[in-house]
Design a protein around this ligand. Structure first.
Ligand code: UGA
Length: 340
Protein backbone atom coordinates (compact mmCIF):
# COMPACT_ATOMS: atom_id res chain seq x y z
CA UNK A 1 0.00 0.00 0.00
CA UNK A 2 1.43 3.34 -1.07
CA UNK A 3 1.07 6.05 1.55
CA UNK A 4 1.87 9.71 1.04
CA UNK A 5 2.40 11.16 4.53
CA UNK A 6 2.46 14.94 4.67
CA UNK A 7 4.16 16.17 7.83
CA UNK A 8 6.10 12.90 8.24
CA UNK A 9 8.96 14.68 10.00
CA UNK A 10 6.94 16.00 12.93
CA UNK A 11 6.31 14.32 16.28
CA UNK A 12 3.26 12.27 15.22
CA UNK A 13 4.58 11.65 11.69
CA UNK A 14 8.06 10.46 12.64
CA UNK A 15 6.68 8.06 15.24
CA UNK A 16 4.02 6.89 12.78
CA UNK A 17 6.42 6.06 9.95
CA UNK A 18 8.71 4.26 12.41
CA UNK A 19 5.72 2.25 13.66
CA UNK A 20 4.43 1.37 10.17
CA UNK A 21 7.91 0.45 8.95
CA UNK A 22 8.10 -2.20 11.68
CA UNK A 23 4.52 -3.43 11.20
CA UNK A 24 3.71 -6.73 9.55
CA UNK A 25 0.00 -6.03 9.13
CA UNK A 26 0.51 -4.76 5.55
CA UNK A 27 3.27 -4.01 3.03
CA UNK A 28 3.77 -0.30 3.08
CA UNK A 29 5.61 1.87 0.65
CA UNK A 30 5.80 5.28 2.26
CA UNK A 31 6.65 8.65 0.79
CA UNK A 32 7.14 11.12 3.64
CA UNK A 33 7.15 14.88 3.18
CA UNK A 34 8.35 17.58 5.55
CA UNK A 35 10.45 20.71 5.80
CA UNK A 36 12.49 19.00 8.53
CA UNK A 37 13.87 15.47 8.91
CA UNK A 38 15.54 15.86 12.30
CA UNK A 39 13.10 13.58 14.12
CA UNK A 40 13.21 10.81 11.51
CA UNK A 41 15.40 7.74 12.06
CA UNK A 42 17.84 7.02 9.23
CA UNK A 43 17.22 3.27 8.97
CA UNK A 44 13.66 2.99 7.65
CA UNK A 45 13.24 0.27 5.01
CA UNK A 46 10.30 1.19 2.80
CA UNK A 47 10.51 4.92 3.12
CA UNK A 48 11.40 7.75 0.75
CA UNK A 49 11.70 11.28 2.11
CA UNK A 50 10.97 14.49 0.24
CA UNK A 51 12.53 17.45 2.02
CA UNK A 52 9.90 19.88 0.72
CA UNK A 53 6.98 22.06 1.65
CA UNK A 54 3.80 20.00 1.35
CA UNK A 55 2.46 22.24 -1.42
CA UNK A 56 5.62 21.96 -3.53
CA UNK A 57 4.77 20.78 -7.10
CA UNK A 58 7.00 17.73 -6.65
CA UNK A 59 4.92 16.73 -3.63
CA UNK A 60 1.59 17.41 -5.33
CA UNK A 61 2.73 15.15 -8.20
CA UNK A 62 2.89 12.29 -5.67
CA UNK A 63 -0.85 12.48 -4.87
CA UNK A 64 -2.02 10.54 -7.99
CA UNK A 65 0.55 7.81 -7.23
CA UNK A 66 -0.60 7.24 -3.64
CA UNK A 67 -3.30 4.87 -2.42
CA UNK A 68 -3.93 6.98 0.66
CA UNK A 69 -2.85 10.53 1.51
CA UNK A 70 -2.22 11.19 5.22
CA UNK A 71 -2.30 14.84 6.21
CA UNK A 72 -0.56 15.78 9.43
CA UNK A 73 0.49 19.29 8.50
CA UNK A 74 -0.69 21.87 11.03
CA UNK A 75 0.29 24.25 13.78
CA UNK A 76 -0.99 22.68 17.02
CA UNK A 77 0.83 24.54 19.79
CA UNK A 78 -1.20 27.02 21.82
CA UNK A 79 1.81 29.38 21.88
CA UNK A 80 1.77 29.46 18.04
CA UNK A 81 -1.93 29.99 17.56
CA UNK A 82 -2.07 32.61 20.32
CA UNK A 83 0.75 34.56 18.68
CA UNK A 84 0.01 33.86 14.98
CA UNK A 85 -3.71 33.17 14.54
CA UNK A 86 -3.78 34.16 10.86
CA UNK A 87 -0.84 31.99 9.90
CA UNK A 88 -2.51 29.17 11.81
CA UNK A 89 -5.75 29.60 9.86
CA UNK A 90 -3.90 29.83 6.54
CA UNK A 91 -1.90 26.67 7.12
CA UNK A 92 -4.44 24.59 9.01
CA UNK A 93 -7.43 25.45 6.86
CA UNK A 94 -6.60 27.14 3.54
CA UNK A 95 -3.46 25.20 2.62
CA UNK A 96 -4.83 21.90 3.90
CA UNK A 97 -7.94 22.50 1.82
CA UNK A 98 -5.74 22.46 -1.30
CA UNK A 99 -4.69 18.92 -0.40
CA UNK A 100 -8.29 17.87 0.20
CA UNK A 101 -9.28 19.24 -3.22
CA UNK A 102 -6.42 17.41 -4.88
CA UNK A 103 -7.57 14.16 -3.29
CA UNK A 104 -11.06 14.85 -4.64
CA UNK A 105 -9.64 15.53 -8.11
CA UNK A 106 -7.60 12.32 -8.18
CA UNK A 107 -10.07 10.09 -6.33
CA UNK A 108 -7.68 9.42 -3.42
CA UNK A 109 -8.63 8.61 0.13
CA UNK A 110 -7.42 11.10 2.72
CA UNK A 111 -6.76 10.46 6.40
CA UNK A 112 -6.91 13.89 7.93
CA UNK A 113 -5.50 14.62 11.36
CA UNK A 114 -7.76 17.12 13.08
CA UNK A 115 -7.79 17.89 16.82
CA UNK A 116 -9.77 17.23 20.00
CA UNK A 117 -9.86 21.02 20.17
CA UNK A 118 -12.81 21.00 17.71
CA UNK A 119 -15.01 20.02 20.68
CA UNK A 120 -14.10 23.21 22.48
CA UNK A 121 -15.53 23.54 25.95
CA UNK A 122 -16.98 20.33 27.40
CA UNK A 123 -20.68 19.73 26.77
CA UNK A 124 -20.92 16.45 28.72
CA UNK A 125 -18.83 13.93 30.66
CA UNK A 126 -17.03 12.75 27.49
CA UNK A 127 -16.61 13.88 23.90
CA UNK A 128 -18.48 11.75 21.33
CA UNK A 129 -17.58 12.09 17.67
CA UNK A 130 -21.08 12.17 16.22
CA UNK A 131 -23.06 13.59 19.12
CA UNK A 132 -21.19 16.20 21.16
CA UNK A 133 -21.90 19.87 20.69
CA UNK A 134 -18.86 21.80 19.47
CA UNK A 135 -18.72 24.78 21.82
CA UNK A 136 -16.29 27.58 21.09
CA UNK A 137 -15.44 30.80 22.91
CA UNK A 138 -15.18 34.46 21.88
CA UNK A 139 -13.37 35.85 18.83
CA UNK A 140 -11.02 37.72 21.17
CA UNK A 141 -9.47 34.41 22.30
CA UNK A 142 -7.26 32.81 19.65
CA UNK A 143 -7.78 29.19 20.75
CA UNK A 144 -11.06 29.33 18.87
CA UNK A 145 -9.75 30.36 15.45
CA UNK A 146 -7.61 27.23 15.70
CA UNK A 147 -10.60 25.15 16.77
CA UNK A 148 -12.92 26.66 14.12
CA UNK A 149 -10.35 26.29 11.31
CA UNK A 150 -9.94 22.60 12.06
CA UNK A 151 -13.68 22.16 12.48
CA UNK A 152 -14.43 23.82 9.14
CA UNK A 153 -11.89 21.57 7.40
CA UNK A 154 -13.67 18.54 8.88
CA UNK A 155 -17.03 19.88 7.71
CA UNK A 156 -15.75 20.45 4.14
CA UNK A 157 -14.29 16.93 4.03
CA UNK A 158 -17.58 15.51 5.29
CA UNK A 159 -19.48 17.47 2.64
CA UNK A 160 -17.30 16.06 -0.15
CA UNK A 161 -17.92 12.61 1.33
CA UNK A 162 -21.69 13.18 1.29
CA UNK A 163 -21.51 13.97 -2.42
CA UNK A 164 -19.51 10.75 -2.92
CA UNK A 165 -16.54 12.72 -4.17
CA UNK A 166 -14.13 11.76 -1.38
CA UNK A 167 -13.25 8.80 0.80
CA UNK A 168 -11.84 9.90 4.12
CA UNK A 169 -11.24 9.24 7.79
CA UNK A 170 -10.71 12.00 10.34
CA UNK A 171 -8.64 11.54 13.49
CA UNK A 172 -9.06 13.74 16.55
CA UNK A 173 -5.93 13.30 18.71
CA UNK A 174 -6.08 13.75 22.48
CA UNK A 175 -2.71 14.88 23.87
CA UNK A 176 -0.36 12.29 22.39
CA UNK A 177 3.05 12.09 24.07
CA UNK A 178 6.17 10.14 23.11
CA UNK A 179 9.81 10.40 22.10
CA UNK A 180 10.81 13.62 20.29
CA UNK A 181 7.66 15.44 21.38
CA UNK A 182 7.74 19.13 20.42
CA UNK A 183 11.10 20.52 21.60
CA UNK A 184 12.95 21.16 24.84
CA UNK A 185 13.46 24.64 26.30
CA UNK A 186 15.90 26.29 28.75
CA UNK A 187 15.16 26.55 32.48
CA UNK A 188 12.54 29.21 33.26
CA UNK A 189 11.19 29.34 29.70
CA UNK A 190 7.74 30.93 29.24
CA UNK A 191 5.41 29.82 26.37
CA UNK A 192 6.77 27.58 23.61
CA UNK A 193 6.13 23.84 23.47
CA UNK A 194 3.24 21.88 24.95
CA UNK A 195 3.05 20.79 28.53
CA UNK A 196 4.91 17.46 28.48
CA UNK A 197 7.93 19.08 26.77
CA UNK A 198 7.81 21.99 29.23
CA UNK A 199 7.78 19.71 32.25
CA UNK A 200 10.41 17.35 30.81
CA UNK A 201 12.64 20.35 30.11
CA UNK A 202 12.19 21.53 33.71
CA UNK A 203 13.17 18.11 35.04
CA UNK A 204 16.26 17.88 32.83
CA UNK A 205 17.45 21.47 33.38
CA UNK A 206 16.35 22.01 36.99
CA UNK A 207 14.07 24.90 36.02
CA UNK A 208 10.58 25.50 37.47
CA UNK A 209 7.43 23.71 36.30
CA UNK A 210 4.85 26.41 35.60
CA UNK A 211 1.22 25.58 36.37
CA UNK A 212 -0.80 27.77 34.06
CA UNK A 213 -3.81 29.26 35.88
CA UNK A 214 -3.19 26.95 38.83
CA UNK A 215 -3.07 23.60 37.00
CA UNK A 216 -6.56 22.33 37.91
CA UNK A 217 -7.52 21.96 34.24
CA UNK A 218 -7.52 18.36 33.01
CA UNK A 219 -6.15 16.48 30.01
CA UNK A 220 -5.88 12.79 29.14
CA UNK A 221 -2.54 11.76 27.70
CA UNK A 222 -2.10 9.07 25.06
CA UNK A 223 1.08 7.08 24.39
CA UNK A 224 2.20 7.69 20.81
CA UNK A 225 2.45 3.93 20.13
CA UNK A 226 -1.22 3.50 21.06
CA UNK A 227 -1.96 6.42 18.74
CA UNK A 228 0.01 4.87 15.86
CA UNK A 229 -1.84 1.57 16.37
CA UNK A 230 -5.11 3.50 16.18
CA UNK A 231 -4.03 4.99 12.86
CA UNK A 232 -3.25 1.56 11.43
CA UNK A 233 -6.66 0.23 12.52
CA UNK A 234 -8.35 3.13 10.75
CA UNK A 235 -6.16 2.72 7.67
CA UNK A 236 -6.79 -1.00 7.23
CA UNK A 237 -10.50 -1.23 8.09
CA UNK A 238 -12.88 -0.20 5.32
CA UNK A 239 -15.58 0.43 7.96
CA UNK A 240 -13.55 3.49 8.99
CA UNK A 241 -14.37 5.18 5.70
CA UNK A 242 -16.28 8.46 6.03
CA UNK A 243 -15.97 8.51 9.80
CA UNK A 244 -14.47 10.70 12.48
CA UNK A 245 -12.55 9.00 15.31
CA UNK A 246 -11.36 10.15 18.70
CA UNK A 247 -7.91 8.79 19.47
CA UNK A 248 -7.29 9.19 23.18
CA UNK A 249 -6.93 7.34 26.43
CA UNK A 250 -9.74 8.19 28.87
CA UNK A 251 -8.03 6.16 31.61
CA UNK A 252 -5.13 8.65 31.58
CA UNK A 253 -7.17 11.66 32.68
CA UNK A 254 -5.23 13.89 35.10
CA UNK A 255 -5.12 17.52 36.14
CA UNK A 256 -2.02 19.40 34.99
CA UNK A 257 -0.91 19.70 38.62
CA UNK A 258 -1.26 15.92 39.02
CA UNK A 259 0.72 15.46 35.79
CA UNK A 260 3.57 17.61 37.19
CA UNK A 261 3.64 15.63 40.44
CA UNK A 262 3.49 12.30 38.58
CA UNK A 263 6.39 13.33 36.37
CA UNK A 264 8.41 14.29 39.45
CA UNK A 265 7.62 10.91 41.00
CA UNK A 266 8.55 8.95 37.86
CA UNK A 267 11.74 11.02 37.48
CA UNK A 268 12.79 10.08 41.03
CA UNK A 269 11.94 6.44 40.37
CA UNK A 270 13.88 6.28 37.09
CA UNK A 271 16.96 8.26 38.16
CA UNK A 272 17.15 7.45 41.87
CA UNK A 273 17.51 11.20 42.57
CA UNK A 274 14.98 13.81 43.70
CA UNK A 275 14.00 16.32 40.96
CA UNK A 276 15.46 19.81 41.38
CA UNK A 277 12.34 21.59 40.21
CA UNK A 278 9.61 23.60 41.91
CA UNK A 279 5.98 24.15 40.95
CA UNK A 280 5.05 27.77 40.27
CA UNK A 281 1.54 29.07 39.49
CA UNK A 282 1.41 31.50 36.59
CA UNK A 283 -1.31 33.47 34.83
CA UNK A 284 -2.23 32.11 31.35
CA UNK A 285 -1.82 35.44 29.54
CA UNK A 286 1.53 36.00 31.22
CA UNK A 287 2.69 32.58 30.06
CA UNK A 288 1.30 32.59 26.48
CA UNK A 289 0.47 36.25 25.75
CA UNK A 290 -2.76 38.22 25.40
CA UNK A 291 -5.78 36.30 24.13
CA UNK A 292 -4.93 32.95 25.75
CA UNK A 293 -7.94 31.06 26.99
CA UNK A 294 -7.84 27.61 28.52
CA UNK A 295 -10.48 25.07 29.42
CA UNK A 296 -10.65 21.69 31.01
CA UNK A 297 -10.87 18.83 28.57
CA UNK A 298 -13.12 15.88 29.40
CA UNK A 299 -11.90 12.46 28.23
CA UNK A 300 -12.60 11.04 24.79
CA UNK A 301 -15.32 8.47 24.26
CA UNK A 302 -13.36 5.86 22.31
CA UNK A 303 -16.08 3.27 21.79
CA UNK A 304 -16.38 4.06 18.08
CA UNK A 305 -12.81 3.05 17.30
CA UNK A 306 -13.13 0.34 19.96
CA UNK A 307 -15.79 -1.28 17.77
CA UNK A 308 -13.12 -1.67 15.07
CA UNK A 309 -10.84 -3.47 17.53
CA UNK A 310 -8.55 -0.73 18.86
CA UNK A 311 -8.02 0.02 22.49
CA UNK A 312 -5.16 1.95 24.13
CA UNK A 313 -3.07 -0.33 26.34
CA UNK A 314 -0.64 2.05 28.07
CA UNK A 315 -1.76 3.52 31.38
CA UNK A 316 -0.55 6.87 32.71
CA UNK A 317 2.38 5.65 34.81
CA UNK A 318 3.50 3.23 32.09
CA UNK A 319 3.28 5.98 29.48
CA UNK A 320 5.36 8.35 31.60
CA UNK A 321 7.90 5.65 32.47
CA UNK A 322 8.35 4.76 28.83
CA UNK A 323 8.46 8.29 27.39
CA UNK A 324 10.46 9.86 30.22
CA UNK A 325 12.76 6.84 30.11
CA UNK A 326 13.45 7.60 26.46
CA UNK A 327 14.32 11.22 27.32
CA UNK A 328 16.62 10.13 30.15
CA UNK A 329 18.33 7.56 27.90
CA UNK A 330 18.89 10.29 25.31
CA UNK A 331 19.49 13.09 27.81
CA UNK A 332 22.73 14.50 26.36
CA UNK A 333 21.46 14.48 22.79
CA UNK A 334 18.18 16.08 23.83
CA UNK A 335 19.79 18.74 26.06
CA UNK A 336 22.07 19.66 23.14
CA UNK A 337 18.96 20.54 21.07
CA UNK A 338 18.00 23.35 23.47
CA UNK A 339 18.53 26.65 21.77
CA UNK A 340 18.73 25.12 18.26
C1 UGA B 1 -2.99 21.61 22.43
C2 UGA B 1 -3.72 21.93 21.12
O1 UGA B 1 -4.58 23.02 21.28
C3 UGA B 1 -4.55 20.76 20.65
O2 UGA B 1 -4.99 20.98 19.37
C4 UGA B 1 -3.76 19.53 20.60
O3 UGA B 1 -4.57 18.47 20.15
C5 UGA B 1 -3.26 19.25 21.98
O4 UGA B 1 -2.40 20.33 22.36
C6 UGA B 1 -2.53 17.95 21.99
O5 UGA B 1 -1.35 17.88 22.32
O6 UGA B 1 -3.17 16.96 21.60
P1 UGA B 1 -3.48 21.76 25.00
O7 UGA B 1 -3.90 20.48 25.64
O8 UGA B 1 -4.04 23.02 25.58
O9 UGA B 1 -3.89 21.67 23.48
O10 UGA B 1 -1.86 21.84 25.00
P2 UGA B 1 -0.72 21.96 26.10
O11 UGA B 1 0.15 23.10 25.68
O12 UGA B 1 -0.04 20.65 26.23
O13 UGA B 1 -1.42 22.37 27.44
C7 UGA B 1 -2.08 21.48 28.28
C8 UGA B 1 -2.42 22.22 29.55
O14 UGA B 1 -1.23 22.44 30.31
C9 UGA B 1 -3.02 23.61 29.34
O15 UGA B 1 -4.01 23.80 30.31
C10 UGA B 1 -1.87 24.56 29.58
O16 UGA B 1 -2.28 25.82 30.03
C11 UGA B 1 -1.10 23.82 30.65
N1 UGA B 1 0.35 24.10 30.72
C12 UGA B 1 1.11 24.10 29.59
C13 UGA B 1 0.93 24.32 31.96
O17 UGA B 1 0.26 24.34 33.01
N2 UGA B 1 2.29 24.51 32.03
C14 UGA B 1 3.08 24.51 30.94
O18 UGA B 1 4.31 24.69 31.08
C15 UGA B 1 2.47 24.29 29.68
Amino acid sequence: MRLLILGAGGFIGSNLVTYLDASDRADYEIVGVDISDEKLPGDLRNFRFLHKDFLDPEVLAEVPRADVVVDLVAYANPSVYVESPLETFELNFLQNLDIVKLCVEHGKKIIQYSTCEVYGRPSGPTYKEDESELIVGPVSKQRWIYSCGKQLLERVIHAYGLEDRLDYSIIRPFNFIGPRFDYLVPAGNIGGPRVFAQFMSALLTGGPMYLVNGGDQRRSFTHIDDASAAFETILLDSRANKHVFNVGNPANDVSIREMALLMQEVYAELTGTEPQTTLIDIDGEKFYGAGYEDHTRVPADISKLGALGWTPVRGMKETLRSVMGWYLDNKDEMLATIGD
